[in-house]
Design a protein around this ligand. Structure first.
Ligand SMILES: O=C(CO)COP(=O)(O)O
Length: 122
């Protein structure tokens, strides 16, 4: 089954939730994982089933990166906050890097997230 990770920084969580609600039918076809707080909000605010990792600052990005390294993920939507520094910036960079190492589809804004979700369906 196609596996997708959904992640958003705090300022971008409303965008991700809205995106997930709009694409709920499509996303239900995928096995979903998410960082802790993003996952909690997805469970509360959509009807999607989501496997939750640790919160990003506590290692969640690295847990998702490990799944990329193991070839367990087909795509990642990661809505980063481009206007604020994050305390766990090294973890974020590690996740982006490992996606490039393994050529795993990664969308970091809504426009590309749309392509990713539609592309994985094909
Ligand atoms: O910080 C994050 C990604 O770097 C997201 O973590 P949360 O979903 O736990 O807020």
């Amino acid at each position: 089954m196609t596996r997708v990770a959904l992640i958003a920084h705090d300022e971008k969580k409303p965008d991700l939730i809205e995106f997930a609600q709009e694409h709920e039918t499509q996303l239900r076809e995928y096995e979903l994982t998410a960082t802790g707080t993003t996952g909690k909000r997805l469970l509360e605010e959509t009807d999607l089933d989501v496997d939750r990792k640790e919160s990003g600052p506590l290692g969640g990005d690295l847990m998702i990166g490990a799944e990329v390294a193991e070839g367990k993920l087909d795509g990642i939507v990661f809505l980063r906050d481009p206007l604020r520094a994050q305390p766990h910036e090294p973890d974020i960079s590690a996740l982006l890097r490992i996606c490039d190492v393994h050529d795993t589809a990664l969308a970091t804004n809504l426009a590309s997230a749309q392509f990713l979700i539609e592309g994985l369906a094909e």
